[in-house]
Design a protein around this ligand. Structure first.
Ligand SMILES: Cc1ncc(C[n+]2csc(CCOP(=O)(O)OP(=O)(O)O)c2C)c(N)n1
Ligand SMILES: [Mg+2]
Length: 780
């Protein structure tokens, strides 16, 4: 590669750019027009959005990127990505033919579903962009601590960003956080095609974008005009042409791009005819040439793109604003409605002809190009990006000790327990302690991470002393930043928390070293970052999220901070296993399990819903069997008699009320049981899995009951269940379907209000009396 003459390299890259444009458009066309359509539904794909990034992506993947770089591709440029991987030999024709079909190349690049080396999944606009920023923090975190293999070079975290993505607030939340953390090795390439989904992006907004990046310390490189236009500007009166384009509103420019040569001629004649130099330019260009000139933006000028990328040789974060045309080279270029536009059969036939591709040669890698296959193959084989083979790493798991230290307080909340368990881990120098990294959006102290941070310190690129400590102002909290620190403190932005966790939770695959990320936030604010949480899980990132306080049990803090439906999120969110322990000994078991489960190939992330309510702790030493029950989702706190007619089922902080209610009903219902659950999510999932398994093995042997089926087995057929949790009752009401028991579900269905626990539990019918009432109702 290095030996190749620049002219030759440019020539080959231009050829590949044509091919990438062709393949992306053809992949979409094939899925929509050639592959049989069985359900009449539009398949879709974004030919125009692909076209605007063809030059930039060709330059990056075939010339600029190195194996250590990691890229988030704008979601709707997925076919461009797959086309490039196809040329590299990492993607198959079969999967391209099946684009957007089952098992085919994905609509939007997916780490877990695509086979061709996707670094970051994208889809929900804005999130992939932020993901690169938080990954750069992780890269520095592992590098400064020397956790990654010594030979690993720092890579650039690259986002290919649609201009309309910059309307997503999470991008700016991330930018600010990145500035605070002094992020490095970050490239954001903005595909400035001036169009979004519905129309043309706002001129006023974009006038400010560059300044915003500069404000937070980024270098801004604008790729505005290509070499043809620059040459025209250098001619007499050329400056008038530059000023005209500079002042041209986005909507007019886009419309003229669509109209083509005649449109440009008419507009320029109207506005600039008084300049002899402009008249000369108009005379020298026929319509086709004039169109080529006027659309010669730098984002489509291979040399300009290469120059811009290759001019950067430091690690300062850089924003490239690449002026492009949505649909460049396609019949609907520039049209404001082109976002989901697909070429018609006729348009595709014309486009194919223009590409010199014969009927039947559509998937051939080099059909229609002028360079020989040998030249192109050799060039592709030498792309620096692939120099080290497979880029995804798989760092080994960290061994978790058989038991975590367990605090022995007689009364405690699960939140305190969490803080103490982490503190005890922090106190020892172990591999486990070294690998845990915590993060929180300005609620570290109030979620009990304080002791951990005191011992392990805050993470920062450079040493920063705790000023309060230096000035001898007494504080329980040490706030010293060092590269050795193991807590990444974030500002209040739950989106950032979840994307930071996503990045930390992929360290074993992105940066070849295992981290055990633990993030804390208030339970209600999971909803604030929910799309980012979903995004993290979608990528199969592995972390533990600890949400506390939860429910109405935080009592005096009132309605705004009460979480009601988070237990349903815990059940409904794939890739996230949720637990809500009542007692600290359960929590210790679950944290241990979670840290291990997070690292299993078939594991997942973990969500612990905790509480600030201090509960009397049971005096017990959990046997191995009890520990296994806690992990599988629940256990009989009070065993039911055989053929019992009633049982109370409790989850989390309201367990003492269930215990009290149980004590009072056993007088009347001797065999009544009390089932304490730790995870409706786990029980529900295993119940469904057992049924599916049975479906598959029907008639053979496997009648293995799932844990909840075994738990409910001792009850009589028509026993009644009263379920209770500090959250939406639906989280437990499904238990009635397991064995056909009737359920009276208690829980929270409306916004709460402030109060103390006795008042609130009475008002929302979670107290012992309400549970006893519900039992009476159930029985009658
Ligand atoms: C969070 C989210 N909201 C809405 C969408 C639907 N959507 C997909 S692309 C798009 C517009 C993208 O415009 P831009 O980023 O400028 O990309 P272009 O197609 O112009 O390249 C929208 C609204 C989405 N993918 N994600
Ligand atoms: Mg756009």
């Amino acid at each position: 590669m290095t030996s190749m003459a620049p002219v030759q390299r440019l020539k080959l890259l231009r050829e590949l750019e044509r091919k990438v444009l062709w393949l992306s458009a053809w992949t979409i066309h094939h899925a929509n027009h050639i592959r049989p359509n069985r359900d009449g539904l539009k398949v879709g794909g974004h030919q125009a959005s692909c076209a605007s990034l063809a030059t930039v992506m060709t330059a990056l993947y075939f010339a600029v990127l190195k194996p250590e770089d990691r890229v988030a591709v704008k979601p709707h440029a997925s076919p461009v990505f797959h086309a490039i991987q196809y040329l590299f030999g990492h993607q198959t024709q079969g999967k391209l033919e099946c684009f957007r079909g089952l098992g085919g190349a994905q609509s939007y690049p997916s780490r877990t579903k695509d086979v061709d080396d996707v670094d970051f999944s994208t889809g929900s606009v804005g999130l992939g962009v932020a993901m690169t920023l938080f990954s750069s923090i992780v890269q520095d975190y592992v590098r400064l601590k020397k956790l990654a293999p010594a030979e690993r070079r720092p890579g650039r975290m690259v986002a290919l960003v649609g201009d309309a993505e910059l309307d997503e607030g999470n991008v700016f939340e991330a930018l600010l956080e990145g500035w605070k953390h002094d992020v490095r090795n970050l490239w954001w390439v903005i595909d400035y095609n001036r169009q979004s989904l519905d129309g043309v992006v706002n001129d006023r907004l974009f006038g400010r974008i560059g300044e915003m990046f500069e404000l937070v310390g980024w270098r801004v490189v604008t790729l505005k005009y290509g070499k043809l236009l620059e040459t025209a500007f250098a001619q007499p009166d050329g400056e008038q042409l530059r000023q005209w384009i500079d002042a041209c509103p986005n909507s007019l420019y886009s419309a003229l791009v669509f109209k083509g040569g005649a449109g440009w001629r008419e507009a320029l004649t109207r506005d600039l005819n008084q300049y002899p130099g402009i008249r000369r330019i108009l005379e020298q260009h026929d319509d086709q040439a004039l169109h080529r000139l006027m659309t010669n933006l730098a984002g489509h000028d291979m040399q300009a793109v290469l120059d811009a990328f290759e001019s950067i040789d430091d690690d300062r974060p850089t924003c490239f604003i690449a002026y492009t045309i949505k649909g460049q080279g396609l019949p609907f270029a520039g049209h404001k409605d082109n976002h989901s536009g697909l070429m018609t059969l006729d348009q595709m036939a014309g486009f194919r002809k223009g590409m010199d591709i014969e009927d039947g040669q559509e998937w051939q890698k080099f059909a229609g190009l002028t360079a020989t296959s040998t030249e192109l193959e050799a060039f592709i084989a030498e792309a620096p990006f692939n120099a080290e083979g497979r880029r995804r790493t798989e760092a080994p798991a960290v061994a978790i000790p058989p038991a975590l230290p367990k605090p022995n307080d007689k009364k405690a909340s699960t939140q305190e327990g969490f803080g103490k368990i982490l503190n005890a881990i922090a106190a020892k120098d172990s591999e486990l302690a070294r690998r845990i990294v915590t993060t929180s959006p300005d609620v570290s102290v109030s979620t009990n991470l304080g002791a951990w941070i005191n011992r392990r310190g805050l993470f920062g690129h450079t040493e920063a002393e705790d000023v309060f400590r230096e000035l001898k102002v007494v504080s329980a909290q040490l706030w010293r930043k060092t590269p050795r620190g193991q807590h990444v403190e974030l500002g209040i932005a739950e989106n950032n928390l979840f994307i930071q966790l996503a990045a930390l939770g992929l360290s074993h695959q992105l940066f070849d070293t295992r981290l055990l990320p633990v993030g804390t936030l208030y339970d209600p604010f999971i909803a604030r970052g929910l799309d980012a949480l979903n995004y993290a899980c979608y990528q199969d990132a592995r972390f533990m999220v600890v949400a506390t306080p939860s429910g109405i049990t935080l009592a005096p803090e009132g309605g705004a901070h009460q979480s009601i439906h988070t237990p349903l999120i815990g059940i409904g969110q794939p890739g996230l296993l949720s637990y809500e322990p009542a007692f600290v000994d359960e929590l210790a078991v679950l944290m241990r399990f979670g840290l291990e489960h997070m690292q299993q190939p078939k594991g997942s992330s973990i969500y612990l819903r905790l509480s600030t309510r201090s509960l009397p702790q049971p005096e017990r030493t959990l046997s191995a069997e009890q520990q296994a029950d806690i992990v599988s989702g629940g256990y009989w706190y009070a065993e039911p008699g055989s053929d019992a007619d009633v049982a109370i089922v409790a989850l989390g902080a309201v367990t003492p009320e269930a215990i009290a209610a149980h004590e009072s009903i056993v007088r009347d219902f001797a065999g009544a049981g009390l089932l304490v659950l730790t995870s409706p999510d786990r029980l529900h999932g295993d119940w469904l899995a057992a049924q599916r398994q049975r479906g598959r093995t029907a008639g053979i042997v496997d009648r293995q009951p799932s844990p909840i089926e075994s738990l409910l087995a001792p009850l009589s057929r028509d026993a009644r269940l009263v379920t209770v949790l500090d959250g939406h009752p639906l989280a437990l009401s499904w238990l009635g379907s397991v064995r056909g028991h009737r359920v009276v579900p208690l829980g929270i269905e409306s916004f709460g209000q402030s109060g103390d626990i006795p008042d609130l539990y009475r008002t929302y019918r979670l107290d012992a009396a309400a549970i006893v009432d519900a039992v009476a109702r159930a029985i009658s």
